[in-house]
Design a protein around this ligand. Structure first.
Ligand SMILES: O=S(=O)([O-])[S-]
Length: 133
């Protein structure tokens, strides 16, 4: 069955509407006090691939509920008035996420082209995920 709107159309639409940083542009914002990196990958990916130090882990499945102050699941990190820079593994989920939260009113937001894979390949800072005991 053909999709009414496939993943590619969704990603392209999101890309056209959100700010996309190259790894170099994102790296220039890394560890800035007014910038919060947000990792939307799931926990298994973090354990397998590593993390960007200081990034807040917000699995994509929860994002609408975590950014909305009216939600019982709101996470205060999203109320700190920072620039929120989303990333995933390769840049598709983060584009969709950035579009969704931008539509919800979170601002300013952006995402990283190529995601964690491109970040790591560029030699940018990564760390092992610390497992909860
Ligand atoms: O992380 S992803 O871009 O492969 S959806």
């Amino acid at each position: 069955m053909p999709m009414k709107k496939g993943y590619k159309a969704l990603v392209d639409e999101a890309m056209a509407q959100v700010k996309t940083y190259t790894v170099e542009e994102a790296r220039a914002r890394f560890a800035q006090p007014n910038v919060q990196f947000v990792d939307v990958r799931d926990v298994r990916e973090l354990e397998r691939e590593g993390v960007i130090p200081g990034a807040f882990s917000a699995p994509r499945g929860m994002i609408e509920f975590w950014v909305d102050p009216d939600s019982p699941y709101f996470k205060p990190v999203f109320g700190e008035g920072k620039e929120y820079v989303f990333f995933c593994a390769a840049g598709w989920r983060s584009a969709l996420t950035a579009k969704t939260v931008q539509d919800m009113g979170l601002a300013p937001v952006a995402h990283i082209e190529g995601g964690f894979g491109a970040w790591k390949a560029a030699g940018a800072p990564v760390a092992e995920k610390v497992k909860k005991s």
